[in-house]
Design a binder for this molecule. Structure first.
Ligand SMILES: NC(=O)c1ccc[n+]([C@@H]2O[C@H](COP(=O)([O-])OP(=O)(O)OC[C@H]3O[C@@H](n4cnc5c(N)ncnc54)[C@H](OP(=O)(O)O)[C@@H]3O)[C@@H](O)[C@H]2O)c1
Length: 245
């Protein structure tokens, strides 16, 4: 890709899996073969795809996660695991502008995908992660999940679920520091990106502040390889700068 540094993943062998084939996930799937040609690329998500290496997965369904875990051997060694699944709005689920709009069922739906989903994904595939080679588990969080940076309020469920994801994956990073010392777990804010997730909410975003999915994917793939196990547990913006918890 023009302007991108040469990928240090050129020599990596094994498997890569992108979970959540939405706007950014699809762009990652298109960009990864050039970045990591030695990795066999898989995708996973709810929507069926004709690709041979697409796995059916609903992160909010235990049976679906168990079916994924049963295929861990096929994905071994899993060098790159990227979770680009997320849920902000869907039918009755809409970001709450005020307390009166908060509903238990919608909090639970949001937490199932945005908070517990990435952690249970890691649990399902832990056996596929190598112990003797570097690997990455990168998951998309969101800046609005920062508690310290919350200045505008609203969006109770999504904010809280992303904050919970941050805590859960930070905790996972500390466990894997002991059990998988070459693994690097990172949480990323992609910047406001033109996908279905942001579509109803970006009228106030200036065009120069809105990334295409391809650009958001390139940001991650430019910066992720520079992260080492010492960085594991970090919450980072698209440009690599740390975000306050
Ligand atoms: N776009 C932005 O401005 C922005 C800003 C900050 C953070 N993010 C985060 O970036 C990530 C990627 O978002 P995006 O912009 O690419 O959104 P998107 O186009 O809506 O893609 C989100 C993906 O999540 C998947 N998903 C939702 N529920 C799922 C479930 N139960 N099981 C498995 N997959 C599920 C969707 O799958 P289906 O196709 O099956 O529905 C979809 O592929 C998300 O974590 C999002 O929260 C995005």
């Amino acid at each position: 890709m023009a302007g991108s540094p040469p990928s240090p993943w050129t020599d990596w062998q094994g498997h890569a899996l992108v979970v959540g084939v939405g706007g950014i996930g699809q762009a990652l799937l298109e960009a990864l073969p050039a970045r990591a040609p030695g990795l066999t690329l898989w995708s996973a998500g709810r929507r069926p795809r004709s690709d041979r290496r697409h796995l059916a997965l609903d992160l909010s369904d235990d049976a679906s996660l168990e079916a994924l875990a049963a295929r861990a051997a096929e994905l071994t060694p899993l060098r790159l695991l990227i979770c680009s699944a997320g849920l902000l709005h869907d039918g009755d689920l809409q970001p709450e502008k005020r307390l009166a709009r908060v509903r238990r069922a919608q909090l639970e739906r949001s937490f199932a995908v945005n908070a517990w989903g990435p952690l249970l994904l890691a649990q399902a595939l832990e056996a596929a992660l190598p112990r003797d080679q570097p690997s990455h588990f990168a998951s998309f969080s969101a800046r609005v999940g920062s508690i310290g940076d919350n200045r505008s309020g609203g969006w109770y469920a999504y904010r809280a679920a992303k904050a919970a994801q941050n805590q859960l994956l930070r905790t996972l990073a500390l466990e894997w520091r002991r059990t998988r010392p070459q693994a690097c777990v990172t949480l990323w804010h992609p910047g406001t990106t033109a996908t279905g997730l942001s579509a109803p909410f970006r009228s106030g975003v200036a065009p120069q502040g809105l990334f295409s999915p391809q650009r958001a994917a390139a940001h991650l793939l430019d910066r992720l390889p520079q992260r080492t196990p010492e960085d594991s547990g970090a919450f980072l913006a698209w440009d690599g700068t740390p975000i306050p918890w």
